[in-house]
Design a protein around this ligand. Sequence first.
Ligand code: HEM
Length: 195
Amino acid sequence: MNVAVETGGRWQRLKAATSATHDRLDKRIMSAGAFADRARYGRFVQMQHAFHREIDALYSNPQLDALLPDLQGRRRFGHVSQDLTDLGLEPLAETTPWGFGTEADIPTALGWLYVAEGSNLGAAFLIKEAQKLGLSETFGARHLAGAPEGRGLQWRTFTAALDSIEIDEAEEARVIAGAEAAFTRVRALADQVFS
Ligand code: HEM
């Protein structure tokens, strides 16, 4: 078992604070039949694309790079953009002003990145659904692929870093608020594409 699980570290607190929001999002996406056919799946990819577009600048943030292992390698905007191209779809129109720029409040950004990284863990299940539609890690479902070193290891190195970053209580509250905001944003995008 992960040490953070035993000691109830920051990641565990973050997970506990957001798990109900995650479950509602999961149910919203699955009840919309996101994996029922390619047309519905395409809408899911448009949602994912919009989310990753809004956080993409974080992956080039030097302060975050110093705190998190292999930040560049975790970037998935290129993959999800390619998935849209594979499916012959256009991105959603950009809603401005939205998304992160080159500067960000670091605790808030950590919360958003937690949501993006965690979604790649759940993607182990989602890629199996996408495969039933004839899609794969090399066509249409690239952004759901695991890291070369494995999803589990990639996730453990992220959560270990999250647990070891020195921040105070007020900053940790901003991490949690950032994660909640990210889930809220993805939920709004899900409502938009599946309305
Ligand atoms: C229908 C869609 C989804 C399903 C079925 C799903 C399912 C899952 C599952 C099974 C896990 C746990 C994986 C494990 O512990 O091995 C997980 C984790 C997670 N998912 Fe999802 N997910 C979905 C969508 C999303 C989306 C759209 C996001 C955010 C953009 C997201 C964010 C997360 C996060 C942050 C975690 C990590 C929780 C933690 O352990 O701290 N999920 N998901």
